[in-house]
Design a protein around this ligand. Sequence first.
Ligand code: PAF
Length: 331
Amino acid sequence: MKSSIWRSVQALLFACATIPGWTLAAQAQQEVKLAYCFPEASHYGAGAGAWTAAIEEGTNGKFKVRHFSSCALGGERDTVEGLQFGTIEAIMVSTGTLSNFVPEVGLTDIPFLFRDLAHARGVLDGPIGDEILGKFDERGIVALAWGEQGFRHITNNTRAINEPADLAGLKLRTMENPVHIKAFEVLGAAPTAMSWHEVISALEQGTIDGQENPLSVIVSANIDAVQKYLTLSGHVYSPTMLLVSKPFYDGLTDEEKAVFKDGALAGAAAMRGFVDDAEKTGLATLKERGMQVNELSAEQRAAFQTSVQAAYEEYYKTYPKELIDRVIESE
Ligand code: PAF
């Protein structure tokens, strides 16, 4: 009896093993952990969705991408380390965090460097952007594409911000990013570097007065629930990067590498599409939700730009002046 059951099991296993598609999928399906620090209903989710679809379809299901949204695998810095250790295969992360790993990326975090989205996208998709992507290899990371969040604006609970003097002493959360911290120091605020997953509770508890992020983030994270004033300072462009672990990437075939790369470009395009929508509709949404919005005049904005110039002397020590000027002068 026992042996006839065993023979049936063997026959079934043999039958399955001779169906080529089935065997391939069952034996070789590999999970790709994709981590990001934001909810799925956001620009990150849009990018992750497009990247996932491209990978799963382009490899006929050999790779199954599992999303870990909202910092489920730790803060942005933790996920970059996870990539280096090879415990996470793919991440989407803001450049704010990345300059701690690849200092060259901090160039993109310099305030008032980019005029508008088209300028920023043009530079990052061109030779300067490619050069920065290439710096990641030696850190155990493969940088595939530039995603986007938009231009960052200031929110706070203390007062409307119309001029740099209004920032005096304001406990403003920044990313753990030396370029941003320097900018807010020279503007007179009290910058407080903090990982994103601690920000909402810190705002609720009043341990910080404000934060700064693009409309895509302010709307998706419901920052209006914990912040009263929004100033459209647009003080810095905020790119993201779509990255994979180098040990994982090195194990892929050339065709699979191309699928991951093209998929990352599709993910980046989806993020940019989301940001375009947020730029069009985000402001009205936040006003409806009761935020007091300060739209700066050209002169008021110029006052912030002038005040922050003092930080440029510091930036030139890390990023050559010629390079910064080249970015500013790019079409
Ligand atoms: O402010 C930040 O830390 C980032 O902009 C965020 C919200 C985590 C998205 O990358």
